[in-house]
Design a protein around this ligand. Sequence first.
Ligand code: NAI
Length: 546
Amino acid sequence: MDQSLTTKPLDHLHGVALLNDPTRNKGTAFSEGERRRYGLEGLLPPSSESLDRQVERVLSHLDGKMSDLDKYVYLIGLSDRNETVFYRTVMSDPARFIPILYDPTVAEACLAFGHLYRRARGMYITRHMKGRIAEVLRNWPESDIRFICVSTGGRILGLGDIGANGMGIPIGKLQLYTACAAVPPQCLLPVLFDIGTTNDVLRADPLYLGVREKPLSETELDELTEEFVQAVQTVFPRCCIHFEDWKGTDAIRMLNRYRDKVLCYNDDIQGTASIVLAGLTTALQIVNAPLTEQRILFFGAGSAGIGVANLIVSAMQMKGLSQEAARGRISHFDINGLVEPSRTDLSPAQKVYAHKAPPSKDLVETIERLKPTILVGVSTKGGAFDQKVVETMSRLNPRPIIFALSNPTYKAECTAEQAYTWSKGKALFAAGVQFPDVTVDGKVFHPGQANNFYVYPAIGLATYVARPRRLTDACFIAAAQGTADQVDADLRAKGKLYPSQTNILETEVTTATRIAEFMFDQGLAQVERPRDVRNWIEGQLYKPQY
Ligand code: NAI
């Protein structure tokens, strides 16, 4: 078997150095022969165990942990000691471990990052490395890096600017490439682009580990990012840059600057857009209505709101509408009210959705006037979809589609229970967090979770195998369609808008196959098209085994 798909070869490492290398360490699973050969005799307890026995011990340790944060700390420690056991554990039940490795637990872990810190993972790039970033990247021990997830920590999961504590995000995001889609972990590199922080509390914390300076100016940030992007092209020429959790305006600017120049994407913008489009596609399949006839109101016009709107416009264009007609079907309402032409505070990205209408700061009045069929909350304003909002949507539509995507939970525009109760069970609902099932008048409703983990690991896997020159919006539309098509009639009858979480790897491989086929069809892929794309992908999946 290709060694990159399992634990790495032991090479020249010996003794304690081998035990300290998490990518090669087998711990108690080293055989007697290996113990003799690699100078490990006496350094390990005598019993030689199987990988499954090691996982059994890990699971029993996890059962003894009181909180999810304790479990997170334990699992990160495990990945620092033995990557194979770590991935064997999390891949045994990704649905159980995603909420620990990523949202919501990672938010707590990030807030306490400096206090929880044990060992460096990934790389930190700062302004003090200006002119030497390529040299710094060469310090990383792997040469064939295929994904860098890079964050400034400037806007983490609705927590705002948490500076270098944001390192938990690129680490967790990349772990999900492997946990959900079996992308080999050796080719993943988390990077924290430490540009300083506006967060005074953190800068004053003696245990804060980041640069204790105010953030760079826009010009300085752009220069440093340009050097970083160029350095990545030089040092890791096959690498895809995954931008994650940059401040909204920086995120949009960087994506616009680099999307046509290098292999990159922004998950907050494109991954979110894709997963929302997937949920809308399923909802529209349930009500049997075409996307091109919808009127969509976004509550929130930030990076998520504009990103989702732009992808929907592209999807409508692919179905035959002009760009102008597609944009005309989408409106936004933000902290200053309806986005309309008399507003003087709009960015160029928002202006294209400023359709002629009288100003309004009243959401219900706006809903009455625009009569949206779909309402999408991406505002960070918890509780904004009150009873009046949901009832108005329900009066105007036989099956209103209401997505309350802001997270964490207390920021959701409404809860699943509120959406189903106030709409008397008519709403097709999804949220950014997983709400429990709701019973209304004896009927059980299953709220969907518009979680990016359905899409971006599949995008990662397709990119890993097909090595596209660029990731276009159309790739994310293919991902949305591939995800929606896995919600079968049975799930749709229960009101579910996303695939089941019971076999995430299977779901991701199916979606990745659709994306990779699309990349081949469009001439984006840089490798030769295999006869059976799915089979070929399955042969390249990482397997956590010795
Ligand atoms: P952002 O800060 O860029 O934009 C927030 C937008 O909401 C701005 O347009 C702002 O004017 C508006 N807003 C804030 N307070 C408001 C109020 N009281 N009334 C009306 N509008 C208000 O944030 P971003 O990145 O767009 O994210 C928004 C939310 O969406 C966050 O909570 C984030 O966690 C969530 N999100 C969910 C995802 C998912 O479910 N898959 C993925 C990405 C983001």
